[in-house]
Design a protein around this ligand. Sequence first.
Ligand SMILES: Nc1ncnc2c1ncn2[C@@H]1O[C@H](COP(=O)(O)OP(=O)(O)OP(=O)(O)O)[C@@H](O)[C@H]1O
Ligand SMILES: [Mg+2]
Length: 456
Amino acid sequence: MSIQSENIVEFTPSQEVSFPNVEITRIGLAIQELAQDLEGRYYELQKIMHITAQVNAGMYLEEILESVYRDFKDFIPYDRIGFSLFEDGGNVIRAHWAKAEYEPLRLGRGYSARIEGSTLEMIIQSGQPRIINDLEAYAKQKPESKSTRLVLEEGIRSSLTCPLIANGTPIGFMFFSSREPNTYAHAHIEIFQHIASQLAIMVEKGKLITKLATQKEELLTKNNELERLNNLKNSFLGVAAHDLRNPISNIKLAVSLMMDQRFDIPEDEQQMMFTEITNQTHYMLSLLDELLDISHIESGKFSLDLEPIELSDFLTDVVQRHNRLASAKGTSIHLDPVPAGSALADPMRLQQIMDNLVSNAVKYSPEQSNIFVHTVKAEDEWRVSVQDEGPGLTQSDQQRLFKDFARLSAKPTGGEKSTGLGLAITKRVIEAHGGQIGVESTPGSGATFWFTLKRA
Ligand SMILES: Nc1ncnc2c1ncn2[C@@H]1O[C@H](COP(=O)(O)OP(=O)(O)OP(=O)(O)O)[C@@H](O)[C@H]1O
Ligand SMILES: [Mg+2]
């Protein structure tokens, strides 16, 4: 677009007005200075607009603070920025975020202090930022200030503390700190104040969004947990329906036969029927116990009565008891020498762990086999293992082994019952003790189940 000539007013200095040369030079210099100042201000304004845009674009508090850390550097010198928010209705201030050019931070995230009586209280009351340009001298005047001591230990020598006020309500502070004394001047306060209120509002926004995100995360976790419990409950119902139905029908049948006057059942047959009823009842009770045990553990009502347990005596007892039960199969259980010392465990629960592992070894091994119980005392834990000569476990069996209702390839060799819950419970109980459980096996050549317990 061409410039219209009528818009141009030509400037011809009048002959009558004449400035002395010195005066012209003075005005020229002043204009030059003004132009430079304006240029500087313009640059500053642009930067501040950039910061505001960045801060506005940030969604989460961390993002907003990161951009503040990056963008303020051109205007306010600092080696560290700290950012604290009020808690407990404004009675406590807690460090929420801090970033520095150096490590480690002595006054980091989570540090909290009471507001009452502190110098921060005065800053809030006045609403004005505060400059301390000689922190060492300040610390001598206020030896009680722990936060001053901590930042001094970090090497900080001067600080600018700015209140953050969102919609008239103080929400916290922004701390700019430098390792050089005499870093801060009033000009820095002015710069901060250009965007202070907007920053405070953005911080509030970021805080809310961050809180919402955490709440969403918590709800999702809760939801997953509820879904898992619901699935577990459904499998319980399935198992109860399936595994309790058969024994109940068998018992019902046996009882009605025995009560029917038309049949004259011989005494030895009656005896067999009673034994069957007793076995079935026993199985149902143990299944119900296992189901109850899992729901008990899952509902979080499970607690342990930990005490030191001398393992040598304890394991001798377990092995003796199981040897009596296993003699029907001709199976022998051997206890390798147990080192002296105690483990920290709940005796009832440790019994349950050993019963599950040893009874599995007996249940899934062929007749006349050997089982070895071996104990190792390491520096801070015990490792107990139960080794058998049974069919062992394939890789895919091993992956499902500790899941609820895992009835795998190996089947009981002496007609014993199997619900697939024993190891799932054992694992939960061992983990509640702070221990671990695992298995080593080559299919076809036995399995070794091991678990760890803390030393007493
Ligand atoms: N020592 C073992 N050797 C080979 N397979 C095993 C051994 N121990 C367990 N298993 C396999 O793992 C499955 C799960 O064992 P778990 O002890 O959890 O349940 P279960 O013995 O079937 O029933 P429950 O212990 O509840 O009476 C078993 O069904 C079996 O197939
Ligand atoms: Mg079992």
